[in-house]
Design a protein around this ligand. Sequence first.
Ligand SMILES: Nc1ncnc2c1ncn2[C@@H]1O[C@H](COP(=O)(O)OP(=O)(O)OP(=O)(O)O)[C@@H](O)[C@H]1O
Length: 253
Amino acid sequence: MLEIDEISKTIGTKTVLDRITLSISSGASLAIVGESGSGKSTLARIVMALERPTSGVIRFNGIAAPHKKTSDFKDWYRQIQFVFQNTTASLDPRMTIAQSLEEPLTGFTGMGKNERKERIAEYAEKVGLPPHLLAERPGRLSGGQYQRACIAKALVVKPKLLICDEIVSNLDLLHQHQIIELLHTLKIEQQLSLLFITHDLSLLAGLCEEIAVLKEGQLVERFASSAIHASGHHPYTQSLLNAARSLGRRASE
Ligand SMILES: Nc1ncnc2c1ncn2[C@@H]1O[C@H](COP(=O)(O)OP(=O)(O)OP(=O)(O)O)[C@@H](O)[C@H]1O
Protein backbone atom coordinates (compact mmCIF):
# COMPACT_ATOMS: atom_id res chain seq x y z
CA MET A 1 0.00 0.00 0.00
CA LEU A 2 2.67 2.53 1.07
CA GLU A 3 6.09 2.35 -0.57
CA ILE A 4 8.97 4.46 0.64
CA ASP A 5 11.42 3.98 -2.19
CA GLU A 6 15.08 5.05 -1.80
CA ILE A 7 14.16 8.31 -0.06
CA SER A 8 17.05 10.71 0.61
CA LYS A 9 16.91 14.21 2.04
CA THR A 10 19.77 16.65 2.22
CA ILE A 11 19.37 19.91 4.13
CA GLY A 12 22.30 22.25 3.52
CA THR A 13 25.29 19.93 3.68
CA LYS A 14 23.61 17.47 6.07
CA THR A 15 22.21 14.15 4.88
CA VAL A 16 19.09 13.87 7.03
CA LEU A 17 17.81 10.71 5.28
CA ASP A 18 19.98 8.34 3.30
CA ARG A 19 18.25 6.05 0.75
CA ILE A 20 15.47 4.80 3.04
CA THR A 21 13.36 2.00 1.60
CA LEU A 22 10.36 0.72 3.60
CA SER A 23 6.84 -0.44 2.88
CA ILE A 24 3.54 -1.03 4.64
CA SER A 25 0.97 -3.42 3.23
CA SER A 26 -2.76 -2.82 3.61
CA GLY A 27 -3.97 -3.13 7.20
CA ALA A 28 -0.41 -3.61 8.52
CA SER A 29 1.46 -1.23 10.79
CA LEU A 30 5.05 -0.11 11.00
CA ALA A 31 6.86 1.65 13.81
CA ILE A 32 9.80 3.91 13.09
CA VAL A 33 12.07 4.17 16.07
CA GLY A 34 15.19 6.24 16.66
CA GLU A 35 16.75 8.85 18.89
CA SER A 36 16.07 12.54 18.52
CA GLY A 37 17.55 13.85 15.26
CA SER A 38 17.58 10.46 13.50
CA GLY A 39 15.26 11.77 10.75
CA LYS A 40 11.92 10.25 11.81
CA SER A 41 9.84 13.43 11.53
CA THR A 42 11.47 14.41 8.25
CA LEU A 43 10.49 11.02 6.82
CA ALA A 44 6.95 11.45 8.17
CA ARG A 45 6.65 14.90 6.55
CA ILE A 46 7.86 13.46 3.24
CA VAL A 47 5.30 10.62 3.41
CA MET A 48 2.61 13.23 4.12
CA ALA A 49 3.75 15.18 1.02
CA LEU A 50 4.38 18.22 3.23
CA GLU A 51 8.04 18.14 2.21
CA ARG A 52 9.79 16.95 -0.96
CA PRO A 53 12.62 14.43 -0.79
CA THR A 54 15.93 15.26 -2.47
CA SER A 55 15.61 11.95 -4.28
CA GLY A 56 13.43 8.85 -4.19
CA VAL A 57 9.68 8.35 -4.47
CA ILE A 58 6.76 7.79 -2.10
CA ARG A 59 3.87 5.81 -3.58
CA PHE A 60 0.49 5.06 -2.10
CA ASN A 61 -1.40 2.27 -3.89
CA GLY A 62 0.95 2.80 -6.83
CA ILE A 63 0.43 6.58 -7.07
CA ALA A 64 3.39 8.89 -6.45
CA ALA A 65 3.11 11.58 -3.74
CA PRO A 66 1.85 14.84 -5.23
CA HIS A 67 3.59 18.19 -5.26
CA LYS A 68 1.78 20.23 -2.66
CA LYS A 69 0.56 22.80 -5.20
CA THR A 70 -1.27 20.29 -7.41
CA SER A 71 -4.94 19.50 -6.81
CA ASP A 72 -4.36 15.76 -6.22
CA PHE A 73 -2.91 16.47 -2.78
CA LYS A 74 -6.55 16.43 -1.57
CA ASP A 75 -6.81 12.76 -2.57
CA TRP A 76 -3.55 12.10 -0.75
CA TYR A 77 -4.86 13.63 2.48
CA ARG A 78 -8.12 11.70 2.29
CA GLN A 79 -6.05 8.52 2.37
CA ILE A 80 -3.15 9.54 4.57
CA GLN A 81 -3.77 11.54 7.73
CA PHE A 82 -1.47 12.44 10.58
CA VAL A 83 -1.32 13.36 14.24
CA PHE A 84 1.65 15.17 15.72
CA GLN A 85 3.12 15.43 19.17
CA ASN A 86 0.80 17.26 21.55
CA THR A 87 2.27 20.71 21.05
CA THR A 88 -1.12 22.45 21.42
CA ALA A 89 -0.51 23.81 17.91
CA SER A 90 -2.46 21.08 16.10
CA LEU A 91 -5.92 22.52 16.79
CA ASP A 92 -6.85 26.15 16.08
CA PRO A 93 -7.34 27.75 19.53
CA ARG A 94 -10.07 30.04 18.12
CA MET A 95 -12.22 27.16 16.90
CA THR A 96 -14.42 24.81 18.90
CA ILE A 97 -13.47 21.13 18.71
CA ALA A 98 -16.51 20.50 16.47
CA GLN A 99 -15.37 23.23 14.06
CA SER A 100 -11.85 21.76 13.97
CA LEU A 101 -13.24 18.29 13.23
CA GLU A 102 -15.47 19.73 10.50
CA GLU A 103 -12.57 21.38 8.67
CA PRO A 104 -11.18 18.25 6.93
CA LEU A 105 -14.72 17.12 6.05
CA THR A 106 -15.41 20.45 4.34
CA GLY A 107 -11.99 20.49 2.68
CA PHE A 108 -11.67 16.91 1.50
CA THR A 109 -15.21 15.54 1.09
CA GLY A 110 -18.45 16.69 -0.50
CA MET A 111 -20.50 15.86 2.61
CA GLY A 112 -23.54 17.97 3.49
CA LYS A 113 -23.97 19.77 6.83
CA ASN A 114 -26.05 17.07 8.55
CA GLU A 115 -23.83 14.27 7.34
CA ARG A 116 -20.79 16.17 8.66
CA LYS A 117 -22.45 16.64 12.04
CA GLU A 118 -23.21 12.93 12.29
CA ARG A 119 -19.67 11.96 11.28
CA ILE A 120 -18.21 14.33 13.92
CA ALA A 121 -20.41 12.86 16.66
CA GLU A 122 -19.54 9.33 15.51
CA TYR A 123 -15.79 9.95 15.69
CA ALA A 124 -15.92 11.88 18.96
CA GLU A 125 -17.56 8.78 20.43
CA LYS A 126 -15.07 6.42 18.77
CA VAL A 127 -12.12 8.23 20.36
CA GLY A 128 -13.82 8.56 23.74
CA LEU A 129 -14.34 12.33 23.69
CA PRO A 130 -17.43 13.30 25.74
CA PRO A 131 -19.99 15.06 23.46
CA HIS A 132 -20.10 18.26 25.56
CA LEU A 133 -16.42 18.88 24.74
CA LEU A 134 -17.26 19.37 21.06
CA ALA A 135 -18.56 22.85 21.92
CA GLU A 136 -15.36 23.75 23.81
CA ARG A 137 -12.16 25.34 22.56
CA PRO A 138 -8.92 23.30 22.73
CA GLY A 139 -7.62 25.30 25.72
CA ARG A 140 -10.29 23.64 27.90
CA LEU A 141 -9.09 20.11 27.14
CA SER A 142 -6.62 18.01 29.12
CA GLY A 143 -3.55 16.63 27.32
CA GLY A 144 -5.19 13.24 26.79
CA GLN A 145 -8.47 14.77 25.57
CA TYR A 146 -6.52 17.05 23.23
CA GLN A 147 -4.79 14.08 21.60
CA ARG A 148 -8.13 12.23 21.32
CA ALA A 149 -9.55 15.29 19.50
CA CYS A 150 -6.51 15.32 17.16
CA ILE A 151 -6.99 11.61 16.42
CA ALA A 152 -10.70 12.22 15.72
CA LYS A 153 -9.81 15.11 13.39
CA ALA A 154 -7.41 12.85 11.48
CA LEU A 155 -9.87 9.96 11.25
CA VAL A 156 -13.15 11.73 10.30
CA VAL A 157 -12.25 11.51 6.61
CA LYS A 158 -11.68 7.74 7.02
CA PRO A 159 -8.06 7.57 5.87
CA LYS A 160 -6.37 4.26 5.10
CA LEU A 161 -3.11 5.22 6.78
CA LEU A 162 -2.60 7.20 9.98
CA ILE A 163 0.81 8.64 10.75
CA CYS A 164 1.41 9.24 14.44
CA ASP A 165 4.52 11.29 15.20
CA GLU A 166 5.45 11.07 18.91
CA ILE A 167 1.80 11.51 19.82
CA VAL A 168 2.08 10.32 23.40
CA SER A 169 5.47 11.78 24.30
CA ASN A 170 4.01 14.64 26.33
CA LEU A 171 1.46 12.52 28.19
CA ASP A 172 1.79 10.79 31.55
CA LEU A 173 2.06 6.99 31.62
CA LEU A 174 -1.66 6.40 32.22
CA HIS A 175 -2.72 8.58 29.28
CA GLN A 176 0.04 7.11 27.10
CA HIS A 177 -1.40 3.68 27.78
CA GLN A 178 -4.98 4.82 27.07
CA ILE A 179 -4.07 6.43 23.74
CA ILE A 180 -2.09 3.36 22.63
CA GLU A 181 -5.06 1.15 23.56
CA LEU A 182 -7.34 3.47 21.57
CA LEU A 183 -5.09 3.24 18.50
CA HIS A 184 -5.06 -0.51 18.85
CA THR A 185 -8.88 -0.65 18.88
CA LEU A 186 -9.24 1.81 15.99
CA LYS A 187 -6.68 -0.08 13.97
CA ILE A 188 -8.75 -3.26 14.20
CA GLU A 189 -12.21 -1.63 13.90
CA GLN A 190 -11.31 0.66 10.99
CA GLN A 191 -8.78 -1.68 9.32
CA LEU A 192 -6.42 1.23 9.62
CA SER A 193 -2.71 1.05 8.85
CA LEU A 194 -0.39 2.92 11.18
CA LEU A 195 3.00 4.50 10.72
CA PHE A 196 3.89 5.03 14.37
CA ILE A 197 6.91 7.18 15.10
CA THR A 198 8.53 7.13 18.50
CA HIS A 199 11.86 7.27 20.30
CA ASP A 200 10.46 4.91 22.96
CA LEU A 201 10.41 1.21 22.07
CA SER A 202 8.47 0.37 25.24
CA LEU A 203 5.31 1.87 23.65
CA LEU A 204 5.10 -0.60 20.83
CA ALA A 205 4.01 -3.87 22.41
CA GLY A 206 1.24 -5.32 20.26
CA LEU A 207 0.60 -2.12 18.27
CA CYS A 208 2.82 -2.57 15.21
CA GLU A 209 3.74 -5.76 13.38
CA GLU A 210 7.09 -4.40 12.27
CA ILE A 211 9.73 -2.07 13.63
CA ALA A 212 12.23 -0.07 11.57
CA VAL A 213 15.15 1.54 13.38
CA LEU A 214 16.65 4.82 12.12
CA LYS A 215 20.01 6.20 13.19
CA GLU A 216 21.41 9.42 11.78
CA GLY A 217 19.25 9.14 8.69
CA GLN A 218 20.13 5.52 7.96
CA LEU A 219 17.94 2.45 8.27
CA VAL A 220 19.77 0.31 10.81
CA GLU A 221 17.43 -2.67 10.78
CA ARG A 222 13.84 -3.75 10.28
CA PHE A 223 12.32 -6.66 12.16
CA ALA A 224 8.99 -8.23 13.16
CA SER A 225 7.89 -6.88 16.54
CA SER A 226 7.46 -10.50 17.68
CA ALA A 227 11.29 -10.70 17.47
CA ILE A 228 11.79 -7.70 19.75
CA HIS A 229 13.23 -9.83 22.56
CA ALA A 230 15.32 -12.02 20.26
CA SER A 231 19.10 -11.80 20.39
CA GLY A 232 21.28 -10.55 17.56
CA HIS A 233 19.83 -7.06 17.10
CA HIS A 234 22.06 -4.27 15.84
CA PRO A 235 23.94 -2.71 18.82
CA TYR A 236 22.06 0.58 18.31
CA THR A 237 18.68 -1.22 18.48
CA GLN A 238 19.91 -3.08 21.55
CA SER A 239 20.79 0.21 23.27
CA LEU A 240 17.25 1.52 22.54
CA LEU A 241 15.79 -1.72 23.91
CA ASN A 242 17.91 -1.47 27.06
CA ALA A 243 16.77 2.14 27.57
CA ALA A 244 13.11 1.09 27.14
CA ARG A 245 13.57 -1.76 29.65
CA SER A 246 15.14 0.45 32.30
CA LEU A 247 12.36 3.03 31.80
CA GLY A 248 9.80 0.24 32.22
CA ARG A 249 11.52 -0.93 35.39
CA ARG A 250 11.52 2.57 36.84
CA ALA A 251 7.83 3.03 35.98
CA SER A 252 6.89 -0.20 37.78
CA GLU A 253 8.95 0.57 40.91
N1 LIG B 1 14.48 22.59 8.23
C1 LIG B 1 15.61 22.09 8.72
N2 LIG B 1 16.77 22.79 8.67
C2 LIG B 1 17.92 22.29 9.14
N3 LIG B 1 18.04 21.07 9.70
C3 LIG B 1 16.92 20.33 9.79
C4 LIG B 1 15.66 20.80 9.31
N4 LIG B 1 14.76 19.81 9.52
C5 LIG B 1 15.40 18.80 10.12
N5 LIG B 1 16.71 19.11 10.28
C6 LIG B 1 17.73 18.25 10.87
O1 LIG B 1 17.51 16.95 10.38
C7 LIG B 1 17.80 15.99 11.39
C8 LIG B 1 16.60 15.09 11.56
O2 LIG B 1 15.53 15.83 12.14
P1 LIG B 1 14.11 15.16 12.47
O3 LIG B 1 13.28 16.19 13.14
O4 LIG B 1 13.59 14.52 11.24
O5 LIG B 1 14.56 14.04 13.50
P2 LIG B 1 13.67 13.22 14.53
O6 LIG B 1 14.26 11.87 14.58
O7 LIG B 1 12.24 13.34 14.18
O8 LIG B 1 13.96 13.97 15.87
P3 LIG B 1 12.93 14.34 17.07
O9 LIG B 1 12.54 13.05 17.69
O10 LIG B 1 13.75 15.21 17.97
O11 LIG B 1 11.78 15.08 16.42
C9 LIG B 1 18.17 16.77 12.64
O12 LIG B 1 19.58 16.82 12.73
C10 LIG B 1 17.60 18.14 12.38
O13 LIG B 1 18.36 19.12 13.04
